[in-house]
Design a protein around this ligand. Structure first.
Ligand SMILES: [Fe+2]
Ligand SMILES: [Fe+2]
Length: 191
């Protein structure tokens, strides 16, 4: 099963998804800075950002890494424990915790909790910083290691499994629809 010319490498697909996530982090940071400066807590935009992070960054992208890429790398001898895969898994877990904190802060904000915006801002800043660093490590270290150890067959098999994931829905939305959330946030909150 050779990698067909019209099928991109799995690492290319994942890197493209990183770019969509990073674009959303820019908007989220802009809104957080605005809130921090006392210029309004944009609840709806924050809720939309959190929805995107839960469904696109975690349910779709992190799941592709955890369920498909990392096992393929392990099968080629990259250790899970004490190596880059273990670090990436740990960071996914920590990032989920920050998303839960953001979610809880939004619920509390709706209920009139005046301390909720500060809790949201702190969790969002931690998430943004963690994810940027995480993506940088995957783009420049882990994916490169993966491309070096995986065979053409591994790459083709992973590519077709990614296509299967691409046909799924997350929270009732296909991944293209989730990417549109990123576009909408960018359009609504330009620099
Ligand atoms: Fe990751
Ligand atoms: Fe990633």
């Amino acid at each position: 099963m050779a990698l067909e010319s019209n099928n991109e490498r799995p690492s290319t697909t994942l890197k493209k998804e990183h770019q969509v996530i990073l674009r959303t982090l820019v908007v989220l940071e802009r809104l957080v800075n605005r809130a921090d400066a006392g210029n309004g807590f944009e609840h709806q935009a924050f809720a939309k950002s959190v929805e995107f992070l839960k469904l696109f960054a975690d349910a779709c992208h992190h799941a592709k890494e955890e369920d498909l890429l990392f096992p393929a790398l392990e099968a080629r001898g990259i250790p899970r424990e004490g190596g880059p895969i273990g670090v990436m898994l740990y960071e996914h877990t920590v990032s989920r915790g920050f998303v839960i904190e953001m979610d809880h802060a939004l619920v509390a904000h709706s209920a009139g909790d005046t301390g909720a915006p500060d809790r949201f801002i702190a969790a969002a800043r931690s998430y943004i910083s963690l994810l940027r660093d995480h993506i940088n490590k995957e783009d420049n270290i882990l994916y490169m290691i993966g491309d070096n150890v995986m065979t053409e067959d591994d790459q083709a098999s992973l590519c077709s499994k990614f296509c299967e994931v691409g046909c799924k829905t997350f929270g009732g939305k296909k991944s293209e629809e989730l990417e549109r959330i990123a576009d909408e946030l960018e359009a609504a909150w330009p620099e």
